[in-house]
Design a protein around this ligand. Structure first.
Ligand SMILES: *[C@@H]1O[C@H](CO)[C@@H](O)[C@H](O)[C@H]1NC(C)=O
Ligand SMILES: *[C@@H]1O[C@H](CO)[C@@H](O)[C@H](O)[C@H]1NC(C)=O
Ligand SMILES: *[C@@H]1O[C@H](CO)[C@@H](O)[C@H](O)[C@H]1NC(C)=O
Ligand SMILES: *[C@@H]1O[C@H](CO)[C@@H](O)[C@H](O)[C@H]1NC(C)=O
Ligand SMILES: *[C@@H]1O[C@H](CO)[C@@H](O)[C@H](O)[C@H]1NC(C)=O
Ligand SMILES: *[C@@H]1O[C@H](CO)[C@@H](O)[C@H](O)[C@H]1NC(C)=O
Length: 668
């Protein structure tokens, strides 16, 4: 926390800046007039951006390359261009590129340089939200979980260990984007250095100053650097800094003039910018699917453009949290796999009615590009696919665990085990006879986030963060207690982003602390991709007729039908009667399904992961209960359908959480 005197100073400097900025703008304009090169600048005098010296407004849309398969980047970007946008905005999730300290991945879907080049080729400028923090309903707001190896680290502050990691990442990443800056003939017109920092508790100006210096060092003095905060004085106070252009974010339906007035608190002169104009809204498991009417979006957009302001629509194309990438809000509510966002382009990239309303509004202010708007991509219902039960996670633990079990008196967290995503197994032995129902509890609410409990392979119950902190179990002393813990996604917003996973506090049995754990980190993705799970034919005798209520794998195969043109096509996967789990097709991790809680019922399956030349395989990890087995030995099946269902009944709604959302409805 900084003291109030330095806050006052900060504000005084900011006021002084309006006159200093004016002088700077004049001299820059002179410079640009005499320079043949490309320029993109802020004109404080005329309250606008200037591109190559000319007055310029951007009409931009958000698309996160990390949420759309590379195969579809071009399709989505073309559709954005055809809507009349002249720019796009993307976050750069640090944890997507530096999954382990010092090891970088910029290949395939992570090749953001290819994404920048494609945007540029299509004729779209880029507003790059470079991080280090993004929020964005992404695991830990884009920060790598390995930062938590130092338990006392203060994230998003001038904590030296945090800064050391930021510096190392930026020394790799920022030089890569330099050639893509507008003045270097690239598409990037502006770079964001922090996101809604004014909503974070730390209020550490030294941290913002550090980022400013770092970005200037690698990117030079010309590029426009900016910040984004809620449209209110209280957010801008800690979120803005001299030298970083302060922009605001706000959704439709409010008083647009009033919201831009808030930006003037930090920027008395300069262009008006809404960096996140919400076209829709995010979802949480267990709450109603968010929908925002196109009329409300169109009306506010019209008002923004009429004021001559710059706008970025968040999201224009939401996409998907494939794998384990979803984040969560606090109090703990994880976001689902779909990031459709009720955006103008659907999760599958299809233009919606909202898309055409927005395009019509944009058409009032600028000439729309000529040519047809690309239509929705065709979808195909491949139908019911039978899957067969393989072993349970506990039975397979030796082949799933990459480093062998670790013995520990007390439980270790995911980070302590150097596993960052997915699932870990905690094994123990019942120290006492639990012939009567005996409480197994997490008195400090330390199950992060959901635990599936068995004794000698028999299901006992589920513990869940903030919801179920105690269950009763039965079993004899010496029985094997297995607790599979799921990391359901790290908190991405607010003071709780320091979000450890696993059993982060002790468990008790009959009020006594359990000790003597055997902990298995699990690399399920590798086992699935490399086909290490046993094939069903090798397992005939293992297939128990009994109802399966322990976390188990299921495997199925399907072929894309012959004789139908243009297959494979996109499809949606439905889980009739299934409860909760994770699913892979041909080794591609599609994400989590949880129809038992909703609202998301179907998972988006992009066509490029399907094969027409080979048999496709599908692996399901069901954590609770499959709709098969039992007395009748009913078959297990999943179903491919041709339409999404994202607004199924939400089985669990906590009214207190709805209240929270209202209070923070501006945040992203
Ligand atoms: C919107 O806010 C502006 C500036 O505060 C105010 O002048 C105007 O009356 C407001 N408009 C509406 C419709 O409330
Ligand atoms: C558990 O119960 C069995 C059978 O009643 C008994 O032999 C054993 O000593 C008990 N074990 C403990 C640890 O109480
Ligand atoms: C556990 O069992 C006790 C005693 O039978 C009972 O009072 C309690 O409600 C049970 N707790 C749960 C969470 O089921
Ligand atoms: C678990 O309990 C032990 C013994 O009371 C204690 O030393 C330890 O700090 C506890 N661990 C956690 C994570 O609370
Ligand atoms: C499923 O398909 C992937 C990709 O072709 C392959 O690597 C994997 O071994 C297959 N799994 C099984 C069980 O056939
Ligand atoms: C769910 O969405 C579909 C498609 O947009 C719509 O037709 C239906 O009315 C919605 N159902 C509910 C319960 O909101």
């Amino acid at each position: 926390m900084i003291d109030s005197s330095s806050q006052l100073m900060e504000r005084a400097t900011r006021k002084m800046r309006s006159s200093v900025g004016l002088l700077a703008a004049v001299s820059l304009c002179l410079y640009s007039a005499s320079s043949a090169g490309r320029t993109f600048q802020i004109d404080y005098d005329s309250d606008c951006f200037r591109k190559d010296g000319d007055r310029f407004h951007y009409i931009s849309g958000s698309i996160h390359y990390s949420r759309v398969p590379r195969y579809y980047w071009k399709d989505r970007l073309l559709k954005m261009y055809m809507a009349g946008l002249n720019a796009i905005q993307t976050y750069v999730p640090w944890n997507y590129h530096e999954a382990t300290p010092g090891k970088y991945d910029f290949t395939g879907d992570r090749d953001f340089e290819a994404f920048l080049k494609l945007s540029s080729d299509i004729g779209l400028l880029v507003i790059l939200r470079a991080g280090p923090y993004m929020c964005g309903e992404w695991d830990m707001g884009g920060l790598p979980a390995w930062l938590l190896q130092k338990d006392s680290i203060v994230l998003r502050s001038s904590d030296p260990d945090y800064l050391k990691s930021v510096d190392r990442w930026m020394s790799v990443f920022l030089p890569k984007i330099k050639p893509f800056l507008y003045q270097n003939n690239g598409p990037i017109i502006a770079v964001q250095v922090e996101n809604e920092y004014g909503s974070y508790f730390a209020c550490d100006y030294d941290y913002l100053r550090h980022l400013l210096k770092l970005f200037r060092y690698y990117l030079g003095d010309e590029v426009v650097l900016f910040t984004t905060d809620g449209a209110g004085e209280r957010y801008l106070k800690c979120g803005s800094l001299q030298g970083l252009y302060a922009t605001v974010d706000f959704g439709p339906g409010g008083n647009v003039t009033q919201s831009f007035k808030a930006q003037r608190y930090a920027e008395p002169r300069g262009p008006m910018v809404n960096s996140e104009f919400y076209t829709g809204w995010l979802d949480h498991w267990g709450q109603k699917h968010s929908v925002i009417k196109k009329e409300i979006v169109a009306k506010s957009l019209d008002e923004i453009l009429a004021l001559g302001a710059n706008v970025n629509m968040y999201m224009f194309e939401g996409g998907t949290n494939f794998g384990y990438w979803n984040g969560a809000n606090s109090p703990y509510r994880p976001q689902p796999t779909s990031y459709d966002y009720d955006a103008p382009l659907s999760e599958a990239g299809d233009p919606t009615d909202k898309y055409f309303s927005i395009r019509e509004v944009i058409g009032k202010y600028k000439k729309l590009p000529v040519g047809p708007v690309l239509p929705a991509t065709p979808k195909f219902a491949y139908g019911l696919i039978q899957v067969k039960k393989l072993q349970s996670v506990a039975e397979l633990v030796d082949s799933l665990s990459f480093s062998g079990p670790v013995k520990s008196v007390y439980p270790l967290t995911f980070v302590e085990m150097k596993q960052y995503f997915g699932y870990m197994l905690y094994r123990n032995t019942l120290p006492i006879n639990c012939t009567e129902a005996t409480p197994l509890a997490s008195p400090q609410n330390g199950v992060h986030d959901r635990a599936y409990v068995t004794v000698d392979g028999v299901f006992q119950g589920i513990l869940e963060r903030n919801k179920i902190t105690s269950i009763n179990i039965t079993g004899r002393a010496g029985s094997q207690l297995d607790i599979l813990v799921e990391n359901m996604g790290r908190i991405n917003y607010g003071k709780d982003i320091h979000d450890s996973k696993g059993l982060v506090t002790n468990l008790t049995l009959a009020s006594n602390i359990l000790t003597g754990w055997i902990i298995y980190s699990l690399n399920i993705d590798e086992a699935v991709t490399n086909g290490h799970l046993k094939k069903p034919q090798e397992l005939q005798k293992l297939t128990a007729p009994a109802e399966v209520k322990v976390p188990s794998f299921y495997l199925g195969a399907f072929v894309i039908p012959n004789g139908i043109p243009d297959l494979p096509q996109d499809t949606y996967l439905k889980f009739p009667g299934w409860s909760k789990g994770q699913v892979w097709i041909n080794g591609f991790n599609l994400g989590r399904y949880w129809p038992a809680r909703g609202p998301q019922i179907t998972l988006y399956v992009p066509a490029h992961i399907l094969s027409t030349s080979a048999v496709n395989n599908i692996t399901v990890l069901e954590l609770e209960k499959a709709p098969c087995g039992g007395e009748l030995n009913a078959p297990c099946a999943v179903e491919f359908v041709d339409a999404p269902l994202l607004n199924g009944t939400a089985a669990y709604t906590n009214p207190a959480n709805r209240l929270f959302k209202k209070k923070h409805s501006w945040h992203e």
